[in-house]
Design a binder for this molecule. Structure first.
Ligand code: ATP
Length: 238
């Protein structure tokens, strides 16, 4: 089976995330996509506005209607605490690195399964700063959702040093849209160029705080949850 793993802060999960996962299912024939709310993000400086449990609950609500979408507790604080206790460490949360999550998840897969990691191009542009980026890119296929205006060169130039093609090679890529497959030694990146959802979690949080209508940014069940829980500066509704 082809299985997708989609990590994100999901603070909150919105239509852009669902559109990315749906496009990935179609393009790479995925049987499942596991949505993994990040425990502690290694690169985002600030903490998420909503707690882990609220972010997980919203992911569970937004993935309810789609059989292939599975909410995942891979980075739950309990899992981290158990790991830390086994190592005799402190109770403070350490960052969740994607390579660790991917390796942990792969232990649950069958030999014939193929793993795909889903990511948007804005996050992929930082991949060289992730932990063990080359090893990570060799652990599984990547599905990168592009946005209008991004070229194949943006994807190639984001790769960590040893995998990055030379400037002479990527020059013609500047005129090529980020679509198709980028195949390098032991690394396969599938590019989706049809995920054009102008929505971000930041815009959702701002709209909630400003009491603006959320329109089509979110699943209505997630919107209701945000209101009931009074998240992001919205009012608590009973
Ligand atoms: P924030 O605005 O708080 O930075 P975000 O909307 O980017 O959040 P994340 O949970 O940080 O959401 O993103 C998880 C993944 O989803 C990332 O790989 C990101 O690139 C991707 N993503 C987020 N929004 C979109 C979108 N509108 N279209 C395609 N991919 C997206």
């Amino acid at each position: 089976m082809n299985i997708g793993l989609f990590g994100g802060t999901f603070d909150p999960i919105h239509r852009g995330h669902i559109a990315l996962a749906s496009a990935a299912v179609e393009r790479c024939n995925l049987s499942r996509v596991h949505f993994v709310p990040v425990g502690t993000h290694p690169l985002k400086g600030s903490q998420p506005a909503a707690s882990y449990s609220d972010r997980y609950a919203m992911v569970a609500l937004a993935t309810q209607g789609e059989k292939a979408f599975v909410p995942s507790l891979l980075e739950t604080p309990e899992a981290d605490a158990a790991k830390s206790a086994r190592k005799g460490g402190s109770s403070e949360r350490s960052p969740n690195f994607t390579i660790d999550t991917v390796r942990k998840f792969k232990q649950t897969l069958k030999k014939a399964d193929r793993l795909f990691f889903l990511v948007g191009i804005d996050a992929f542009q930082d991949i060289a700063k992730w932990k063990e980026p080359e090893a990570l890119l060799r652990e599984c296929d990547f599905i990168v959702a592009s946005r209008p205006g991004f070229s194949l060169a943006d994807v190639a130039n984001s790769l960590p040093g040893k995998l990055r093609p030379s400037a002479a090679v990527t020059k013609p890529f500047h005129r090529q849209p980020a679509k198709g497959d980028l195949v390098l030694s032991g690394v396969t990146i599938h590019l989706l160029d049809n995920v054009n959802q102008a929505v971000s979690a930041t815009a959702v949080r701002q709209a909630v705080a400003a009491k603006k209508p959320l329109g089509k940014l979110l699943d209505p069940k997630v919107e209701e949850y945000i209101k009931k829980r009074g998240l992001y500066g919205g009012k608590v509704e009973f």
